[in-house]
Ligand binder design. Structure first.
Ligand code: GLN
Length: 244
């Protein structure tokens, strides 16, 4: 009897706290392991755990919405989502339209090719096909440094909505290489028949994005980020997703 009452109290308090807390819609692009990916039908990864940990310390609920990476900023602007967390690089261009939290991760760009391929970094030059995800910093790097420089033809850039498709194209030989963020390239090299043949030092920082001027939410994210770090939770997440 006493036990039933206790269960009743717990259920009541959960319902109560859920009712009071705000729910923010969090946009992501779940093709980016170990930051966000789908496992057993669930959105998992470093970013997913991080936003949940921040939500817990700051007392809000989250609801995840998966979409193409290049839809995230338009979705923020349109109010379809409140937060975007997707290994998103803080860039000057993006800062004109959204606000970013303090950085929580650092990355460069890697060039990956098939595991048994003879390609080296020179795959970037000449008559090759390079895959990127539309609107990413990898896309920007290839466009600015190869296409605009006349090193690679515009038709040599193959843009995909998702890295899943870019990887499939690489594995079935439709393209010769993919340019993507270094931590994700390294993860793919561990779990798929691909290898890293070059690192392009771009010095990127990842931030969590909110609608421009949504300072109240931005402050919560920065405060949560600070607390997740100082409580040791951040180190646990790093071990969980990047530990050997
Ligand atoms: N960091 C890269 C960018 O911001 C790629 C992010 C992604 O594909 N999820 O453009």
């Amino acid at each position: 009897m006493k036990r039933n009452f206790l269960v009743f109290l717990i259920v009541l308090s959960v319902i109560f706290s859920m009712g009071l807390a705000t729910t923010y819609v969090v946009g992501t692009s779940a093709d980016f392991p170990p930051f966000e990916y789908v496992q057993n039908g669930k959105y998992v990864g470093f970013d997913m755990d991080l936003i949940n940990a921040i939500a817990k310390t700051e007392g809000f609920n989250v609801q995840i919405r998966d979409m193409a990476f290049d839809s995230l900023i338009p979705a923020l602007k349109a109010g379809v989502i409140d937060i975007a967390i997707a290994g998103m690089t803080i860039t000057k261009e993006r800062q004109k339209v959204v606000d970013f939290s303090n950085p929580y991760w650092f990355a460069d760009q890697d060039v990956i090719v098939g595991k048994n391929s003879k390609y080296t970094v020179t795959v970037l030059f000449g008559n090759h096909k390079i895959g990127v995800q539309t609107g990413t910093t990898g896309d920007l790097w290839v466009t600015n440094n190869l296409v605009k420089a006349g090193i690679l033809k515009e038709t040599g850039v193959k843009r995909y909505q998702s890295f899943i498709y870019a990887l499939q194209a690489l594995l079935n030989g439709a393209i010769d290489a993919v340019v993507l963020d270094s931590p994700v390239a390294e993860r793919f090299a561990q779990v798929k028949p691909v290898k890293v043949v070059a690192i392009l030092i771009t010095g990127e920082s990842y931030g969590i994005a909110v609608r421009k001027g949504n300072t109240a939410l931005l402050n919560k994210l920065n405060d949560g980020l600070k607390k997740v770090k100082s409580s040791g939770k951040m180190s646990k997440l790093i071990d969980k997703y990047f530990g050997k």
